[in-house]
Design a protein. Structure first.
Length: 172
């Protein structure tokens, strides 16, 4: 079976289970990254697995999860479909980071994707299936710099319909 990649955006019903669930998810074998975020979600996971259904079942079994939005990556024909995505953190990163979920006009999605990938603060830009069309991972020294890019370059880009930002929260 071929290994696939996907994002899973998680909302918690019981915030008192958040820290223990975070630690459990972070240590799961198929979880490449696990970030606590602020916004419409509480956690953003990036998975690589040959059996995505089994991986999702294991995640949804955790106590306190209200919703888990599954968004598989759409390969772009260049071999590794998500080679630029960060790996699990082993040391503190001094840069601030944020996930930006983009809903785009279907006819303009490829153009929007290409333009988003060219922005300096965008460290990964992935086409996905699900509630959103593109998920960005951005890094900068200041959140103000990312906000400026979002407001001045992304928000009014031809083909961008809706944007949701989830800044990453440092857990430890």
């Amino acid at each position: 079976m071929e290994e696939k990649s996907a994002f899973v955006m998680i909302k918690f019903e019981h915030k008192d289970r958040f820290v223990s669930a975070y630690k459990e998810l972070y240590s799961m074998d198929k979880v490449v990254s696990c970030d606590a975020v602020k916004g419409i979600y509480d956690l953003v996971l990036f998975l690589r697995a040959d059996n995505m259904e089994k991986c999702l079942e294991d995640i949804k079994k955790l106590d306190g999860i209200k919703e888990a939005d599954f968004m598989p990556l759409i390969p772009h024909g260049s071999g590794d479909e998500h080679g630029k995505h960060k790996e699990k953190k082993t040391e503190k990163n001094r840069l601030l980071s944020s996930y930006v979920m983009v809903e785009s006009d279907r006819e303009k999605k490829e153009t929007v994707h290409r333009l988003l990938c060219s922005i300096d603060t965008v460290k990964s830009c992935d086409s996905v299936e699900g509630k959103f069309d593109i998920i960005l991972f951005m890094e900068s020294e200041r959140f103000d710099d990312m906000d400026k890019v979002i407001k001045e370059q992304i928000k009014y880009m031809d083909g961008v319909l809706r944007i949701k930002e989830c800044p990453v929260i440092s857990m430890f």
